[in-house]
Design a protein around this ligand. Sequence first.
Ligand SMILES: [Zn+2]
Ligand SMILES: [Zn+2]
Length: 102
Amino acid sequence: MGDVFKVCYCCGKNLTDEEQKIYWNTAERCCSGRDCGCQGMPLSPPQCFKCSFESLYSAWEREKERAWQATAKLTRIKAALARTDRTTQRRINDAMMILEEE
Ligand SMILES: [Zn+2]
Ligand SMILES: [Zn+2]
């Protein structure tokens, strides 16, 4: 393995032996190594523990934010729905069921 795999691509820190070992054991590979002759090169660049934790955490934060916005929107729709007449409510409920199925 070359030196490029011994350095975190985010912060440039040298990876510890343990970080390197985990990177090689868990990285998604291009192929088994024989299919294209790449020798099973990892698809993602190496990261230290701190950086991989931070990127996972920020992905989770974005996901949480999206989920929260979707919930807030749904709450507003439901509140508006409660103020309409029965026929409209039923129509909108049907439309929402179809949307949820997709
Ligand atoms: Zn790093
Ligand atoms: Zn390959």
